[in-house]
Design a protein around this ligand. Structure first.
Ligand code: GLN
Ligand code: ZN
Length: 760
């Protein structure tokens, strides 16, 4: 029996990588200094896992930005528009970051590659771009370098590589007339070249991540899986290839998965424990099974009893030697180290495990399965039992309120067309009204105030005054440049979920529980451990203050229930739908309080609705039903004349447009610019009746858009959506941007809206 890890967090337990990357981007440290940081992180990770007793320690799970982008660089899938960056900068790293973030230097002005969610997680990857007959060639030595790096640290590592088929399926065809899977034949030689090199350097195990094996697959994809792994087997009869699946069960792809001529198959028994029996019955004799029993996506302590039952069942059926024990997926999605949490309530802390602790759990499970260390099992069972009965968790009133929600509680007074007229009367907005998504730059200064306030170096009043000044400046500035619907800027918020969680009962916070979201951006998801309720208003103070400063409308700004759920670590002792409705009721109360405080426009952000979709289509409607209902519970307790906005990022809505319409927000703002308004087509075809703000510029990079390009996008929008339904706004919030570029971009945006209006 062997233990292994599918991937370890790479940000460093104190976010060293984030800090180093950002310093490198702003020219404060050199490439060499950046590389030193990465070397320290990887070396620490390898040693930690090895010393804990993990048999197969992963390498190539590190990345400066994203592992999919790494792969694109490795196989030379570099879109033409970046070739000049390579020439001008003469640096692989700068080329890499240009692909990730865009490039505005040396007389070049190139947009970043598209980014999208990694399956149903809040991690984002850079989407590979594919062309007809595309040729690949080994471009970056990253995989080999990491394998050698691990060797130097005394670890013969297991390289983790995105499987060929999943890599292709993650990408996007950038021209017509071919299927990305056609490229498998061209890509395979590069994979073979890499494996040859790794084998020659002594690699024994290779992990290919093929998460697409848990998704709905067409015939062509299935054939490609067969083709690729047969070829690899032919070339490498001695390499131990492990194919890793995660985030759902194999289900109808089971026979395909077990037929691949590889050494081991990893399955996710946290997401889909039901699959174990079926898989065990189907596993052929020479295929080992890696049991993903420790939850890589959540922070709860493993229940050893449950895991051991799985492990024993597997051992009985296929024998000890054919069993591997592992977390369910890469620990990329877990925070690094629970030991750093010195402020957590000790009762709650005893229910948790982060990446480092999960590594120990994996090792412990092997020990226990071998009949050793029984006392560890008793300790574990005590912790599990204490969570089931703890008074911290259960609140009867909350449970009852959720049970008594009726359909009427989830419905506006009148349909949209009636509301639209009433809202127009009150709000009196122009054609192509401009607004922003909510946050304005969280400068180092703003963040330093919060840090000082937390440390006690600023008292509450001083902190409040500073925030008020910043808010007022922002309001004045928005007035000056002529934005129609203002926002207060969200300076008081650290993060759009954390801010609410901190004020709700049932949540707990970590000091250092960071998880990578995209590139250098990390989030610190709250932990929902108990029934959720709202002891006090959460945002009324700031919205009311901001509104008091101006004659223009200021949007109230809330995070929606599905997003709060989706971006938190959620309790696993009741259905997610139940927890979501509890949050929805808390938000509903907040919406009412805002309305009563005179706020006429209230935005309830739901950027995470789509990422919450189950990976298999058959499971969608069930999820969407409670997700949409939760949004409606949160948003419908207002008068017709109060305008409800919602906002979503990276959303491809084609297949769920009916559900988006069912949410019935008066205005929805969406990310659209990177797709050149393509994402609007779904709304157009559906004849979506409510108002829409398709983002007219990209906010993930510092690049300043021109007025002309935004006018161009608006023209595209009005070609498919009636003009009186269109709002003008950026793709998303501006908290990660600097003021300088924000000012220029929004001035140009207002000018673009004016120009678009002239046509009417
Ligand atoms: N209101 C949030 C902001 O502007 C929305 C962020 C998001 O959608 N991710 O930051
Ligand atoms: Zn957004």
């Amino acid at each position: 029996m062997q233990t292994h890890i599918l991937g370890y967090p790479r940000i460093g337990s104190n976010r060293e990588l984030k800090k180093a990357c950002e310093q490198y981007w702003s020219g404060k440290i050199t490439l060499q200094q950046l590389q030193t940081v990465s070397k320290n992180i990887t070396t620490q990770n390898w040693k930690l896992q090895k010393e804990a007793g993990i048999d197969l320690v992963p390498c190539n799970d590190f990345s400066f930005y994203d592992q999919v982008l790494d792969m694109s660089l490795v196989v030379g899938a570099i879109p033409k528009r970046y070739h000049e960056v390579a020439v001008k900068s003469n640096s692989e790293m700068d080329l890499y970051f240009a692909m990730a973030r865009g490039y505005q230097k040396d007389g070049l002005d190139i947009t970043a590659m598209e980014m999208t969610k990694w399956f149903d997680t809040n991690y984002h990857y850079i989407v590979p771009e594919f062309y007809k007959n595309q040729e690949f060639k080994l471009f970056s030595n990253k995989i080999i370098n990491e394998f050698e790096g691990a060797k130097q640290a005394g670890v013969k590592a297991k390289p983790v590589i995105i499987g060929l088929v999943s890599y292709l399926l993650l990408g996007k065809e950038k021209e017509e007339g071919f299927d990305k899977l056609d490229l498998a034949k061209n890509l395979l030689p590069v994979y073979i070249e890499i494996l040859k090199d790794l084998e020659a350097r002594g690699a024994e195990w290779i992990q290919f991540d093929e998460p697409f094996l848990v998704l709905d697959l067409n015939e062509k994809a299935k054939e490609t899986f067969q083709f690729v792994y047969k070829e690899l087997r032919k070339q490498f009869p001695h390499l131990k290839i492990l194919v890793a699946t995660y985030f759902d069960g194999l289900k109808d792809n089971l026979s395909l998965a077990v037929s691949l001529p590889v050494c081991a198959l990893h399955i996710d028994l946290v997401r889909n424990p039901e699959q174990l029996d079926e898989v065990l019955n189907a596993v052929p004799e020479n295929l080992s099974l890696s049991l993903g029993v420790v939850d890589g996506r959540n922070i709860w302590k493993n229940d050893f009893e449950t895991s051991l039952n799985f492990i024993k069942k597997a051992i009985d059926k296929i024998g000890t030697d054919s069993v591997l024990i592992a977390p369910s997926c890469s620990l990329l999605h877990s925070p690094c180290d629970l030991d750093l949490e010195t402020n957590l309530d000790s009762e709650i802390k005893n229910w948790l495990a982060f990446a480092k602790q999960k590594v120990d759990e994996v090792v412990m499970l092997k020990e226990l399965a071998n009949g050793n260390a029984i006392e560890k099992s008793e300790e574990n069972q005590k912790a599990i039992a204490s969570r089931k009965t703890s008074k911290l968790i259960h609140n009867e009133q909350v449970k009852q309120r959720v049970n008594s929600v009726t359909e009427k509680d989830a419905q506006r007074e009148n349909e949209f067309s009636i509301r639209k007229t009433k809202q127009q009367k009150v709000l009196n907005l122009p054609l192509f009204p401009t607004t922003t998504i909510g946050s304005f730059p969280q400068t180092t200064e703003v963040r330093s105030w919060r840090a000082k306030f937390k440390k006690g170096e600023l008292n509450a009043q001083q902190y409040d005054t500073l925030l008020k000044e910043e808010t007022e400046k922002t309001i004045r500035w928005q007035e000056e440049i002529g934005i129609d619907v203002l926002v207060h800027g969200e300076f008081e918020r650290n993060d759009m979920v954390e801010y609410f969680g901190e004020q709700l009962n049932g949540f707990v916070f970590t000091k250092n529980g960071w998880v990578q979201s995209y590139g250098s951006r990390c989030v610190k998801p709250p932990i929902i451990f108990g029934d959720v309720s709202r002891p006090n208003p959460m945002t009324v103070y700031w919205s009311k203050y901001a509104q008091s400063l101006t004659e223009k409308w200021v949007k109230g700004m809330l995070t929606g229930p599905v997003t709060i759920l989706q971006w938190s670590f959620v309790r696993n002792d009741q259905p997610r739908s139940e927890t979501c409705k509890q949050i929805a009721l808390a938000i509903r109360d907040e919406v009412s309080d805002l309305e009563n405080a005179g706020i006429k426009i209230i935005q309830i952000d739901e950027p995470a609705i789509r990422e919450g979709l189950p990976l298999r289509k058959v499971d969608w409607q069930n999820y969407l039903k409670w997700a949409v209902e939760s949004f409606r519970i949160a948003s419908t307790g207002v008068k017709d004349s109060t305008q409800i906005h919602t906002h979503m990022c990276y959303s491809e809505f084609n297949d769920i447009i009916q559900n988006i319409a069912d949410m019935d927000a008066d205005v929805i703002t969406i990310e659209c610019s990177r797709s050149q308004m393509e994402l609007l087509d779904a709304f157009a075809e559906f004849k979506y009746p409510n108002e829409i703000g398709p983002g007219v510029y990209e906010i993930h990079s510092p690049r300043v858009p021109s007025k002309e390009e935004m006018v161009e996008l608006l023209r595209k929008a009005e070609a498919v959506i009636p003009a009186n339904q269109i709002w003008v706004n950026p793709d998303c919030g501006l908290k990660t941007r600097h003021w300088d570029e924000t000012r220029k971009a929004l001035e140009a945006m207002v000018a673009a809206s004016k120009e678009a209006t002239i046509a009417y």
